[in-house]
Design a protein around this ligand. Structure first.
Ligand SMILES: Cc1ncc(C[n+]2csc(CCOP(=O)(O)OP(=O)(O)O)c2C)c(N)n1
Ligand SMILES: [Mg+2]
Length: 342
């Protein structure tokens, strides 16, 4: 895939804001779970924000997307209203899917999401259908699948990538490999994948799919790889695969999410004294938001004051969104059979 010029100030700030929207949403959600506002199992996107935020920067409004159980970041990055996303998780009538999908199947059809599937690997097959439709439509649209490393344990991913390659479909496979550091279910943690291939991108390469492995914490690296890949897809050259590697965030290691590294303080990006000793490695080397803020400051694209202001605005909007969801009604009993297939 060809290299792409770096991101300018406006795009960088737009991406940073998206990442903060996701982070504040996920932090709030842990509190809301603690308040027993919802009961279901859920998954947080903390630590992977750079990937969703940079991928959507390369997309057009008519592009299609599918995602997984770890979907909040993807849906929010694409511009879904946080209030309606919270409402969905709380099962409220005002939710993005009328409260029927919950956290595991939250989707935003108005923003191009074809479906969200918590069946590991399912979203890859769904995105393949989207890519076929985009090819038939002939307008240069692409279909993006966001999925975890665990999806590559599933047969559907191989079959889908094979068809995409054979038919030169405009499918963008975004594999978020957060396996490093996962404890795995055998040790009481959340499951991680067992795949014999040394490089996941190598699996797609074996099917003659243009592939790249990037640092999933690095906004510029993800954006450069994905925007080049999307351009390739739009020109009819077939599917692309980008493996975005992140270390598993501490709070996503146990079966139930924990806000183990605390509420993010953006000043940790420039004031090492704010960084708690216990999670120095995370705050210094892993947190994609702090890494991006430091880079923007180094490049003199923003000031500390501007960062604090954006974050303050994002937090205020997050508080409003939470209130909207909590005060929203539950779906009426009379609607129980609506949107039921059988
Ligand atoms: C077909 C299928 N098998 C098992 C599960 C149970 N399960 C839910 S999430 C998960 C791990 C998924 O790992 P990965 O795709 O890497 O996503 P991550 O949670 O690491 O982001 C498993 C095995 C499932 N949902 N679907
Ligand atoms: Mg994983």
């Amino acid at each position: 895939m060809a290299a792409k010029p770096g991101l300018g100030k406006t795009a960088s700030l737009r991406i940073l804001e998206r990442m903060l929207v996701i982070r504040r949403f996920e932090e709030s959600l842990v509190e809301m779970s603690g308040e027993k506002l919802f009961k279901s199992h859920y998954h947080l996107y903390i630590g992977q924000e750079a990937t969703a935020a940079a991928v959507v920067e390369s997309l057009r409004p008519d592009d299609k997307l599918t995602t997984t159980h770890r979907n909040h970041g993807h849906v929010l990055a694409r511009g879904a209203e946080p209030g309606r996303a919270y409402a969905e998780i709380l099962g409220r009538a005002t939710g993005l899917n009328g409260g029927r999908g919950g956290t595991l199947h939250m989707s935003d059809p108005d923003r191009g999401f074809l479906a969200t599937s918590s069946v590991v690997g399912g979203c890859i097959g769904l995105a393949l259908g989207g890519a076929y439709a985009q090819q038939r439509r002939g307008k240069g649209g692409v279909s993006v699948a966001f999925f975890g490393d665990g999806s590559l344990e599933e047969g559907i991913s191989f079959e889908s990538m094979n068809i995409a390659a054979l038919w030169k479909l405009p499918a963008v496979f975004i594999c978020e490999n957060n396996g490093a550091g996962a404890t795995g279910s055998s040790k009481g943690g959340f499951p991680s994948s067992l795949i014999s291939a040394p490089r996941l991108a190598g699996i797609a390469e074996s099917l003659a799919i243009s592939s790249k492995q990037v640092d999933g914490r690095d906004v510029d690296a993800v954006h450069a790889a994905v925007s080049a890949g999307v351009a390739r897809c739009r020109s009819g050259k077939g599917p692309v695969f980008v493996e975005c590697i992140t270390e598993r965030w501490e709070g996503s290691k146990p079966m139930w999410p924990e806000l183990s590294t605390g509420i993010t303080d953006v000043s940790m990006a420039w004031d090492a004294g704010q960084v708690p000793v216990k999670f120095r490695e995370w705050h210094t080397h892993q947190d994609p938001i702090l890494l991006f803020v430091r880079k923007l400051l180094r490049k003199k694209l923003v000031t500390r004051e501007a960062i604090v202001k954006v974050d303050r605005e994002v937090r205020a909007r997050d508080a409003t969104a939470r209130r909207f969801a909590v005060s929203s009604p539950m779906p009426h009993g009379k609607t129980a059979l609506q949107r039921v297939f059988a």
